[in-house]
Design a protein around this ligand. Structure first.
Ligand code: UT7
Length: 318
């Protein structure tokens, strides 16, 4: 036994930053950003925090699921841009929505939402918990260097999540990890200890874009194929693919490699949100769910990659 998705929810802040708006901040233009990434606009949180967005997404997911906060047995959250390192975001969400269950975070950058599903599936299959809320939320605008045009144009803010109960619809997962901080990192403070030999680092997202691009275009189709092989699923059986929305060209490259999954099955909303890291996959899932895109029994592949480095795919039956 694993899980069944009871419902989904999301929230994005109202302020929208278009590519033209960005061109007022750094030396860039709409043509470059659209052609290289597929992004046209992103939402940014000007006056609310990550946990406030997470709580709004959580409330929407609970409402969509018909579950009351006090029925939750566990809250799992993921973020790299939380209000605090301590307390974790899940505790802030617990208080904001009026729940009283255990609550903790996982750190998995852009792959984190799929790690929440993996963790929730393990708990639900033991019978320890019966209702789990999983939320990914990010305020990337707060951890970007807005003078670095190669990173600040890529990301957006938002939050989204799901409510899970025991069921048979988590059919498998594949996890590839390659521990490395060189290509993608977000340093923490080094403190003021007078004897410290640690050098203070730039406290913003650092990314070697072209190397991450090469990693992603190779690893995403690989992890999906490994997942399909492991679960005995043919490419032709896959109804939808929900990839981490980092770059339209990465998703299109994966689609080209997975020849028997038609390109139109790879769902996308990157144009409107950019890369929202841990919120990216559940944001697209919620959008499609509310649009009535999924039929009962549809096989959906999720695939994410990110800092770690990591690449995770999972197979869910709707
Ligand atoms: O979830 C986190 C995972 N991260 C990612 O998925 C990011 C993966 N990487 C990418 O998506 C792409 O590598 C980028 C979109 C970041 C960059 O695209 P690229 O095609 O790899 O471009 P590039 O880095 O090779 O840069 C090409 C040129 C450079 O100019 P020169 O050296 O050729 O003169 C850059 O300086 O584009 C220039 N450039 C820009 N020009 C206008 C870089 N950023 C910008 C910009 N506007 N914002």
């Amino acid at each position: 036994m694993s899980f069944h998705i009871l419902g989904t929810g999301s929230y994005v802040p109202p302020t929208v930053l278009t590519n033209d708006d960005l061109a007022q901040i750094v030396d860039t233009n709409d043509e470059w950003i659209s052609a290289r990434t597929g992004i046209r606009r992103r939402h940014v949180a000007a006056d609310e925090t990550t946990s406030e967005m997470a709580a709004k997404a959580a409330a929407a997911a609970l409402e969509n699921s018909g579950v009351e906060p006090e029925e939750l047995d566990l809250i799992l959250c993921a973020t790299v841009s939380g209000d605090y390192i301590c307390p974790n975001m899940a505790c802030l969400v617990q208080r904001a929505i009026g729940a009283s269950c255990p609550a903790f975070d996982l750190n998995g950058a852009c792959s984190a939402f799929l790690l929440l599903l993996e963790t929730a599936a393990a708990y639900l299959s033991t019978g320890r918990y019966r209702k789990i809320l999983c939320v990914g939320a990010e305020q990337m605008s707060r951890i970007l260097d807005w003078t670095d045009r190669s990173t600040c144009i890529l990301f957006g803010d938002g939050a989204a999540g799901v409510v899970l109960e025991p069921g048979d619809n988590y059919l498998g997962s594949e996890l590839i990890f390659r521990g490395s901080q060189e290509l993608l990192n977000l340093p923490t403070a080094v403190g003021t200890f007078p004897g410290s030999r640690l050098e203070p680092q730039h406290p913003y997202v650092y990314m070697n874009g072209s190397e991450i691009y090469k990693f992603a275009t190779r690893i995403v189709p690989q992890v999906i194929q490994q997942l399909l092989d492991k679960t005995g699923t043919a490419q032709t059986d896959v109804k939808w693919v929900i990839c981490h929305q980092a770059n339209r060209r990465i998703i299109e490259a994966a689609a080209r490699r997975l020849k028997d999954i038609p390109a139109e099955k790879f769902l996308m909303n990157i144009e409107d949100y950019g890369n929202t890291s841990a919120a990216s996959i559940p944001l697209l899932l919620d959008e499609c769910n509310r649009a009535g895109k999924f039929q009962k029994g549809d096989l959906i592949v999720f695939a994410a990659f990110g800092g770690g480095l990591s690449c995770v795919a999972s197979l869910v039956r709707w």
